[in-house]
Design a protein around this ligand. Structure first.
Ligand code: SF4
Length: 156
C-alpha cells in the first residue's frame, strides 16, 4: 500500500482530535472528486512499519490527546490496500483499545467482499458510498454528498 499524507493532529476528519491517514488507490472515479491525485495505487509514498509505529506513538501521546485514527484517501478498502489496512487496524486496536477508528470508503457497505468485511471488525465508524456531485452539500458533517452514510459498529 502507498499513502499520500499523514496528519498527526486533525480536527476535521471525524469526531474529536485525531490522527488521519490518506492512502493511495481508488477505483470509483467519482465526478467532482476532491482528491484525484490519490487514484493511482502506486502514487504517493510506501506505507511502512515506521508509519504504523508513528501512528501508535501519536495515539498514545498524553500531551495532545487524540480520540482516534481516521483512514481516508483514496479508498482504504481498495482491494490491494486491504492487507495493510487490516494489519494497521488490528495493531492500533491492540496497542490503543480506547481509541476509535473511522474509515471512509467509496464502496457501499452492502457491496463489500469478505476481505473488506474482515476490516470492519476492527473499526468503529464507516462512512460509505461514492461522492455524488448532484447530491453534494457543503453543510454535511464528515461527508461530501447526502447519499453517503455515517454507520457505526456493529455493521451487520
Ligand atoms: S471514492 Fe473518494 S477518492 Fe475515490 S473517486 Fe470517489 S471521492 Fe474520489
Amino acid at each position: 500500500m502507498n499513502y499520500h499524507k499523514y496528519i498527526d493532529i486533525d480536527v476535521i476528519n471525524g469526531r474529536g482530535t485525531r490522527c488521519t491517514l490518506f492512502v493511495a488507490g481508488c477505483e470509483h472515479k467519482c465526478p467532482g472528486c476532491y482528491n484525484k491525485s490519490t487514484w493511482r495505487a502506486h502514487s504517493g509514498h510506501p506505507f511502512t512499519e515506521q508509519i504504523v509505529e508513528q501512528i501508535i506513538h501519536d495515539l498514545k501521546d498524553t500531551r495532545i490527546k487524540r480520540r482516534g485514527l481516521s483512514l481516508s484517501g483514496g479508498d482504504p478498502l481498495f482491494p490491494s490496500n486491504c492487507p495493510a489496512i487490516y494489519s494497521l487496524c488490528k495493531a492500533v486496536k491492540k496497542a490503543c483499545p480506547d481509541k476509535d477508528i473511522w474509515l471512509w470508503t467509496g464502496y457501499m457497505l452492502e457491496k463489500l467482499n469478505q476481505t473488506q468485511r474482515e476490516i470492519l471488525k476492527h473499526i468503529d465508524v464507516l462512512v460509505d458510498g461514492p461522492f455524488k456531485q448532484e447530491l453534494a452539500d457543503a453543510a454535511l458533517e464528515f461527508r461530501g454528498s447526502s447519499n453517503q452514510r455515517i454507520l457505526e459498529a456493529p455493521f451487520g
